[in-house]
Design a protein around this ligand. Structure first.
Ligand code: NAD
Length: 354
């Protein structure tokens, strides 16, 4: 099968592309390679897949020098004409759309980017799938769509009409747009609400990375909501497994869909939404203890109030995922955090005892 994976210079897209290649699929990776965080980490991810920085040229599909079946193109998804041309040339079987402007807090200061990279870009993906039919469009949504909801665990049958950041609103918009295209053009679409993803090659703007950096420097870490946070941290390999299992099962119309009592997570159209989370929330303080253990160093802490746009707790209901794919994420925090700290120390060549 030939996959388009968007966001392959990013954290999750990089891991997904690798796993697809491991199992023998063909992958075209796409990314704008923006500088939202350290661009060198993005180039290093690409480099580790045989895509040399020197060969990258905007709009040009280049083949990996080390991985059979992998090619990469630097492209802005907001560039409709270039994306259209790519779809016509490549004829993808499946699209896994992971590129986006991520980050809740950044959306308070840079709202326009979220419209460009999450809304316009997504419209272009939908239009390309409309005119170049694919077997399945799988795209990243987010647990942040649950916004002001407090009923736990968060279920895809809950209404999610109260986002508390523009980032969350952009992800919820993607789900609505996907439903429209599934309904009008019969495109099977599945949205995946990821719950706080962490692991090797992770994102430098996220807590685990920031904690590790600060602890190693002997600086205090910022602990929001005075540590009173519970998060459903989900290990990257579990997210990847969930994405692939879902991608292999194109969304189907829900034959029991009742328009008099509409289920928000499915439809008469081939449209579906899943949560992918560990479904075992961890106290932020326990997460911090796992980082300390991984590094063999104690954290100094600055206890701070909850940040605007952030939620104090998350917990995924993954019953639908288990029912439809037979899979449940289950990596333990201690194991996942240790894999991250080991990667970090090796990648940045840091000795925590110096
Ligand atoms: N990491 C998490 O905890 C998490 C949680 C929930 C949802 N998500 C979603 O999962 C997806 C992947 O997240 P990630 O953590 O890998 O983020 P990431 O920032 O590491 O990767 C996203 C990539 O998309 C690229 N991109 C942004 N705008 C683009 C555009 N206009 N055209 C082409 N490429 C563009 C960026 O350059 C980046 O490399 C995103 O959609 C994100 O919103 C992530």
């Amino acid at each position: 099968m030939k996959y388009l994976v968007t966001g392959t210079a990013g954290f999750i897209g990089f891991h997904v592309a690798k796993k697809l290649l491991d199992r023998g699929d063909e992958v075209v990776g796409l990314d704008i390679i923006n500088d939202y965080y350290d661009i060198n980490l993005k180039y290093a991810r690409l480099e580790s897949m045989g895509i040399s920085k020197d060969l990258i040229e905007k709009g040009k599909v280049i083949s990996s020098q080390s991985l059979e079946g992998y090619s990469f193109v630097q492209l802005d998804l907001a560039d409709k004409d270039a994306l259209s041309q790519l779809f016509q040339d490549q004829m993808f079987d499946v699209v896994v759309h992971l590129a986006a402007q991520a980050g809740v807090r950044h959306s308070l200061t840079h709202p326009e980017v979220y419209i460009q990279s999450n809304i316009i870009a997504f419209l272009n993906i939908l239009e390309c799938c409309r005119f170049n039919p694919v077997k399945h469009l799988v795209y990243a949504s987010s647990s942040s769509v649950y916004g002001a909801n407090e009923k736990m665990p968060f279920s895809t049958s809950d209404s999610v009409d109260h986002p508390i950041s523009l980032y969350a609103a952009s992800k919820k918009s993607n789900e609505l747009m996907a439903h429209t295209y599934s309904h009008l053009f019969n495109i099977p679409t599945t949205g995946l609400r990821f719950f706080t993803v962490y692991g090797p090659w992770g994102r430098p703007d996220m807590a685990l990375f920031l904690f590790t950096e600060a602890i190693l420097k002997g600086e205090p870490i910022k602990v929001f909501n005075y540590g009173e946070m519970k998060r459903d941290f989900t290990y990257i390999d579990d997210i990847v497994e969930g994405i692939l299992r879902v991608a292999d099962r194109p969304a189907q119309p829900n034959t029991e869909f009742d328009p008099m009592n509409p289920d928000p997570g499915s439809g008469k159209a081939p449209y579906k939404v899943y949560n992918i989370g560990n479904s075992a929330p961890v106290l932020l303080m326990d997460y911090i203890r796992a980082v300390e253990k991984g590094l063999g160093k104690e954290a100094k802490m600055d206890l701070l109030p909850l940040q605007p746009g952030d939620v104090p707790a998350s917990h995924a209901d993954v019953d639908d995922l288990i029912r439809d794919t037979g899979y449940k994420p289950d990596t333990k925090i201690e194991d996942g955090v240790k894999a991250f700290t080991d990667w970090y120390l090796d990648y940045y060549k840091v000795n925590p005892n110096e």
